[in-house]
Design a protein around this ligand. Sequence first.
Ligand code: ADP
Ligand code: ADP
Length: 221
Amino acid sequence: MTLLSATDLYRFYHVGDDETRALRGVSLELRPGELTVLLGSSGSGKSTLLACLAGLDDPDGGRIEVGGERLSRQPEAHRARLRAAHLGVMLQSGNLIPHLTVLDNALVTGTLLGRPDTARAHALLGQVGLGQRLHAYPSQLSGGETARAALVAALAHGPQILLADEPTAEVDAATEGWMTDVIGEFVHTQGRAALIATHSLRLAGRADRVLHLKDGRWTDA
Ligand code: ADP
Ligand code: ADP
């Protein structure tokens, strides 16, 4: 069973006369119960791949399917609907809305779907040590608290797939541990899928497979 499939993705950026080939024929499948770690040096295409799979960017070639429906080459509103229905997304642009509290941020996507799960949001926030910070605003949070709140906001509506770009960058060891446990439980206890670009050895220790990008293509090492 495949939750997400990407086939032969291409993504070119044009700036002036320069062309950057950020993705050059990338295919992958994400399956239930699999934590996939995405590695590659800076500029290898990790963020571009995650943004395309999240429907926040659109590939110039290839095809992405999520939950049996085509995500790529669709109008933005259609991609946004599929994203909410199937994906939890934590990219570097940040997924917290500044004028909403930690708890309300966790309820955004569920509310959009017409089924906000307050109990699940509370449970996840408690699990990452934010039980006392429910009514704080993002600007009042430390870096570690922000990362934890963003992870909960990505997961509280109960998606099938987590896509995350360096979720534990610049957090302390305790936060890294909390986040690793939540992600591990999401994938291995609940049988969901995750694709995570990370340099965290702790998180990588839970990986079922590791994929390496180099210059927009898969490589063996
Ligand atoms: P077009 O062929 O539609 O005029 P380009 O050839 O400039 O567009 O770029 C191809 C794709 O890359 C388009 O989807 C465009 O939005 C995107 N793109 C081009 N330059 C940039 C950039 N600097 N940042 C982000 N996306 C870009
Ligand atoms: P990584 O996440 O692995 O660091 P990226 O996906 O951010 O890699 O970048 C892949 C390549 O695409 C790099 O060469 C980068 O400079 C280029 N790139 C990324 N985003 C844009 C953009 N918006 N406009 C032009 N080039 C871009």
